[in-house]
Design a protein around this ligand. Structure first.
Ligand SMILES: Nc1nc2c(ncn2[C@@H]2O[C@H](COP(=O)(O)OP(=O)(O)OP(=O)(O)O)[C@@H](O)[C@H]2O)c(=O)[nH]1
Length: 283
């Protein structure tokens, strides 16, 4: 039996909730059971019901109203409140020998870059609740319309990977929206990119002034591309949740998650080890 958790992270509107629903639908089609955990205190209604919902503990609306905080300050307050009430989360998660939790996270990227609440939560779920966790980081494919933006997105994903210290999968979401602006062949280069990509980038009209007046621009972009490549983490998996056969789109991703988290439905639960008898002084 396995306890597996998938943290679904990424900027606002990247398609995290849609992806969570697609994973649930795929798992259903495979006769598997997953549970959705909503960690977004500002979430709205969605397709699959949340099994665990942070809004049952605290909601952003209440925090904004009672403490007069804005949406970002309110979100951070909600996470700090959750960290002070981890026994609530423990109780909600329960102590099942076998569990597959999909955590739908908020879209504020400061949670993934420097605010310690999210890594602290991750450590608690890993260490106190014994879940094998992995992070999926979604970035919208249509934003990657040029290579400089692509590498900037890759840096953002890399920063999350370093901050969370979790096995990490990058996902290019909304692949269906790419076909109007860039051919599929073009975007496929980004799935497994290398610094050479910066060499043959077209200079777009609206960037010409910037580039011509600042020759350091491309040099800097190339240096960043090299850095991302040196880290060797820049592979992206494509995702298209609008596809008729959504299951096909998430199958590869779920298989990767299963491999990373060592999910195994057939594994027998381990017998708890007998504590060793302390040696008697008489011996
Ligand atoms: N065309 C297309 N649209 C998508 C896809 N995935 C999500 N969307 C749309 O993108 C919008 C945002 O999707 P969400 O799943 O709510 O994104 P999110 O990352 O959870 O958003 P926040 O919770 O606000 O951060 C919605 O209108 C979705 O229908 C996709 O694969 N293709």
């Amino acid at each position: 039996m396995s306890k597996v958790g998938v943290m679904v992270m990424g900027p606002a509107g990247a398609g995290k909730t849609t992806f969570c629903n697609s994973v649930m639908s795929y798992m259903e089609s495979q006769g598997r059971t997953g549970n959705l955990v909503n960690l977004d205190p500002a979430a709205t209604a969605q397709e699959y019901a949340f099994t665990i919902d942070i809004r049952d503990l605290i909601s952003l609306d209440d925090v904004e109203e009672e403490l007069k905080l804005g949406p970002n300050g309110g979100l951070i307050y909600c996470f700090e409140f959750l960290l002070k009430n981890l026994d609530w989360l423990d109780e909600q998660i329960g102590d099942y020998p076998d569990d597959y939790l999909i955590f739908d996270c908020p879209g504020q990227i400061e949670l993934y870059s420097h605010i310690p609440a999210m890594p602290m939560l991750v450590k608690h779920i890993q260490q106190q609740l014994s879940f094998n966790l992995c992070c999926t980081y979604l970035i919208e494919a249509p934003f990657m319309v040029d290579r400089a933006k692509f590498f900037s997105g890759a840096l953002e994903a890399m920063s999350t990977m370093i901050f969370m210290e979790l096995p990490h999968l990058n996902i290019l979401s909304k692949m269906d929206l790419v076909k109007d602006t860039m051919s599929r062949r073009e975007i496929r280069k980004f799935l497994c990119p290398n610094p050479q990509l910066m060499e043959d980038d077209e200079v777009k009209d609206d960037q010409k002034d910037l580039i011509l007046s600042n020759p350091k621009y491309r040099k800097l972009s190339k240096a960043i591309a090299q850095l991302v490549d040196d880290f060797g983490m820049v592979q992206f998996l494509p995702l298209d949740c609008s596809a008729k056969d959504q299951n096909a789109s998430v199958r590869t991703i779920v298989t990767c998650i299963d491999n990373i988290t060592q999910w195994d439905e057939n594994q027998e639960p381990k017998e708890p080890e007998e504590p060793e008898e302390p040696e008697s002084d008489d011996d």
